[in-house]
Design a protein around this ligand. Structure first.
Ligand code: AMP
Ligand code: ZN
Length: 315
């Protein structure tokens, strides 16, 4: 097998692209694809500062690496979720990546707010991923605003996007379909643009890129993660991809280019006009969803403490 680009012996074969690459050409190919997604979808420019949300996994570290090599002005942001050893290892890998390359990384630890994910789940009984998602969104938005960034980039990859699109189509979740875009423009002056430069890059590609670039990432998945449904969708898509290489790429790319506009919501329905009374970030009601979650955790913890401290009822 020879490299499609330079005819040297190839190290990796990409059936979806009908190509094979040697190490050097694969790194070039990966970076060019990321760059094309950024320019084609007008995600951001070299004059803007980008906040990269880095979890310590292969996708977000590969993305950060590629953006830095292409000369973008980036700051990394890691949210330490407090999910035991998994979160400790994720933070360590992220910090080491930044340290080794002299990159600016901001870390916010939920444990310092008394909001470690396991405590929040235990006291509110909300599904893990929903509580975690609320806290991630809040801190990503807040950090992007505070650090003067024009856009927030996440490492969502083609496999994530295809599985999500598949689920949204199966249930005709038209409002979610309206929001499934590689670029989401801000709906409030305190929000920034949200972009997914890897939306057409498969996880095999980011894992290969990370390996070839010597990036040490967390391999384990979040112990709470991946609902059974999402995994089932991924399995169906993997099966299709095996039989018909390029299926995922066509599914997501054609949706974005041809079908997405049909689900767009009128502007006014997407506007959040109010500010949260607690933190000042945009909100629908008096409190934003993060501050409501925090209030709920505090209320339940106070109730529990009161019960624990109350004198026992007479026998
Ligand atoms: P996930 O929802 O875990 O698949 O993650 C999707 C993307 O969100 C990742 O590629 C990162 O860009 C970002 N992300 C997830 N978890 C964190 C975290 N703890 N800190 C910073 N960014 C994160
Ligand atoms: Zn708030």
């Amino acid at each position: 097998m020879k490299c499609t680009r330079c005819t040297e012996p190839a190290e990796v074969k990409l059936r979806a692209h009908n190509s094979a690459f040697c190490r050097e050409c694969f790194v070039f190919f990966f970076q060019r694809r990321v760059e094309r997604a950024i320019t084609h979808e007008k995600m951001f420019s070299h004059d803007e500062r980008i906040l990269v949300a880095v979890s310590g996994g292969k996708d977000s570290l590969a993305l950060w690496d590629a953006l830095v090599l292409q000369g973008y002005d980036t700051i990394g942001f890691h949210l330490a979720l407090g999910i035991g050893g998994y979160s400790l290892r994720s933070r360590e890998k992220t910090e080491k990546f930044a340290r080794d390359r002299g990159l600016r990384l901001e870390v916010h630890a939920l444990t310092e707010d008394g909001l470690a994910v396991p405590d929040v789940i235990a006291s509110t009984r909300r599904p893990a991923c929903s509580a975690c998602g609320t806290m991630k969104r809040h801190h990503f938005d807040r950090a992007a605003l505070e650090l003067g960034c024009a856009a927030l980039a996440t490492g969502h990859n083609l496999d994530d996007e295809a599985a999500r699109l598949f689920g949204n189509v199966l249930h005709w979740q038209t409002e979610y379909l309206a929001r499934q875009r590689p670029v989401m423009q801000p709906r409030h002056p305190k929000f920034v643009r949200k972009v997914k430069p890897l939306y057409l890059t498969g996880e095999f590609e980011s894992a290969t890129y990370a390996f070839m670039r010597g990036i040490d990432y967390v391999v384990e998945e979040c112990p709470n993660a991946a609902g059974a449904t999402q995994l089932a969708y991924k399995a169906v898509l993997d099966d299709l991809e095996n039989r018909f290489p390029g299926t995922k790429l066509a599914f997501v790319r054609e949706f974005t280019e041809r079908a997405s506009a049909a689900f767009a919501l009128p502007e006014d329905r997407e506007t959040t006009a109010r500010s949260c009374e607690e933190c000042g970030m945009p909100s629908f009601g008096a409190l934003c969803s993060f501050c409501s979650l925090r209030a709920e955790v505090e209320r339940r913890q106070a109730e529990r403490a009161a019960r624990a401290g109350a004198p026992a009822a007479p026998a």
